[in-house]
Design a protein around this ligand. Sequence first.
Ligand SMILES: [Zn+2]
Length: 257
Amino acid sequence: MQTKESRGLVLYSRPYREEDRLVKMFTEVSGKHMFFVRHAGKSKLSSVIQPLTLADFILKINANGLSYIEDYKEVTVFKAINSDIFRLSYASYLLALADAAVVDGITDASLFAFLVKTLELMDKGLDYEILTNIFEIQVLERFGVQLNFHECAICHRVGLPFDFSHRYSGLLCPDHYQQDAYRSHVDPNVIYLLDRFQNMKFEDLKTISLKPEMKQKLRQFIDLIYEDYVGLRLKSKTFIDELNKWGDIMKDHPIKD
Ligand SMILES: [Zn+2]
């Protein structure tokens, strides 16, 4: 058992036996671990073991079993996210995605920093759907999926109205569309945006604003990529899909006052 000081983000917590809890946390210096909290309700830790809590922790980390939280300071709670069901459901999906993307116990400080930064921007009110798309595209690599959204898979030219081909797991330019009879026929603007998202710096983010139709196309195409290349079905993602259906119904039938 090693004592470590690290920033940590609570991914989820669940009851264990009568009064205890198991808390899954993503730590900056030691990756993800499961922490055991005895008598969670009465514990001094009760306020910092909710999902989406970020803090500096003193941790006793056990490589092969349950780990323990010794102490904490500098707690950050994402207030705006927690008070909005839409933002909260997208943030919960990002936590689940990060949890699925890396194996427990493997240090991944850059993914940790990227996740925290994404949540901070979501909390500040930046577009949560676009932030989620950027996270989804950049985390693909962690699932072993490397897709090039920048150049034609055959002639390597760039800056053209590209389509995506599953056959080539890459792009086709107009000269090479015919190489795949089953090409995706995706809007070339979607591919252009994915190329930008893949290399997106957070400073550029404030300048991105997209129309609802384009967001919808992005959503559909990224869903397809995840189905075909990642094969992941997260409950939190299904919840977002349901929520969006309800959102659409409410937009079409506004409640009159
Ligand atoms: Zn080409």
